[in-house]
Design a protein around this ligand. Structure first.
Ligand code: PLP
Length: 322
């Protein structure tokens, strides 16, 4: 298990804190928060854990450059650019959307970290342009390492398998882990870690943008492939993956009343910042499930904060958050 190549730059273990005022306000279960918004790298977030394994793999392959892709305000791309800077790798980011004249928030930081930005106006062209960018870098002798969307390869997912081990060692009881899930690497790692390290509670992903059926397929496949890295294959199926897609109908990054309420409750009751895209939506789902009595009053729910707060400062959301 210790032979899996890994760099150590995340600030771990991340703290687990109680949210007593939020629990009291909702009249609900005990709520805990795991502060993966505090993983340390360039404002932190869940991608840092994945990057400890991804950058190690890139180095092992002799890469001089990392290439990744995402939305204009991608947290994943910001953290990838920071990791590339830290380890002396060049970085190209293929971002979908129209770059504003004045870059803000994550996009501004991508530039500070020295990443080269390629924008793609139409999402349909994204994979083609990503491939062209990659092939060009190969021709230039960069031996580029492709970091998949969201860092969600089997290698990246290992970050969250080991995060479960970390949580168990913190000796805090939780009946549920709740978090936002999208490209599935966080979810797959948690499901794998649950099995390998013996977490007794349930692992529930709140979908940010994918139907449950797609999540179950993607997450179980990723978890199965990641298990091989532990040296013993585990075949996961959709039944091993708990997911809820009741809160993503508006589409990726579309800010609504649920996100707004969650951001305001966490901020005003606990002094904790959520983000408009991921943790705001995941917390809105958790709050609704508490109100519906899905989590019992005597249970403990761990909200896994996955970061993303720089997007609070993106031009796109300024008009809506307050
Ligand atoms: C990427 C991201 C997620 C989703 O994680 P996946 O592993 O892609 O499913 C959740 N929260 C934040 C803040 C993120 O940046």
């Amino acid at each position: 298990m210790n032979q899996i190549p890994r760099l150590r730059f995340a600030h771990l273990p991340t703290p687990v804190e109680a949210l007593p005022r939020l629990s009291a306000h909702l009249g609900g279960p005990k709520i805990l928060i795991k502060r993966d918004d505090q993983t340390g790298l360039a404002f932190g977030g869940n991608k840092t854990r994945k990057l400890e394994f991804l950058v190690a793999e890139a180095q092992a392959q002799g890469a001089k450059m990392m290439i990744s892709a995402g939305a204009i305000q991608s947290n994943h791309c910001r953290q990838t650019a920071a990791a590339a800077a830290k380890f002396g790798l060049e970085c190209i980011l293929v971002l979908t959307g129209v770059a504003p004249a004045q870059p803000s928030a994550n996009l501004l930081m991508d530039r500070l970290f020295g990443a080269k930005i390629v924008t793609v106006a139409d999402r349909a062209d994204r994979d083609r342009i990503l491939k062209e960018t990659f092939d060009q870098a190969v021709d230039q002798g960069k031996q580029p390492y492709l970091v998949p969307y969201g860092g969600s390869s089997p290698t990246g997912a290992l970050g969250y398998a080991f995060a479960v081990d970390e949580f168990i060692k913190q000796e805090v009881h939780a009946d549920w882990m709740v978090f936002g899930t999208s490209s599935g690497g966080t979810h797959a790692g948690l499901v794998l870690g649950q099995r390998v390290f013996g977490f007794q509670g349930k692992v529930l992903g709140i979908s940010i943008d994918e139907p449950v059926k797609a999540l179950k397929e993607n997450v179980s496949a990723l978890a199965s492939a990641a298990s091989d890295k532990f040296g013993k294959h585990i075949q996961f199926t959709g039944q091993d993956v708990l997911a809820n897609d009741d809160y993503c109908a508006a589409g990726y990054g579309v800010f609504g009343e649920g996100e707004r309420e969650a951001i305001h409750l966490f901020a005003s009751l606990e002094g904790i910042l959520l983000d408009p895209v991921y943790t705001g939506r995941a917390a809105a789902g958790m709050i609704d499930l508490i109100r519906r009595g899905v989590f019992q009053k005597d249970e403990t729910v761990l909200f896994w904060h996955t970061g993303g707060q720089p997007a609070l400062f993106a031009d796109k959301y300024q008009a809506d958050i307050l």
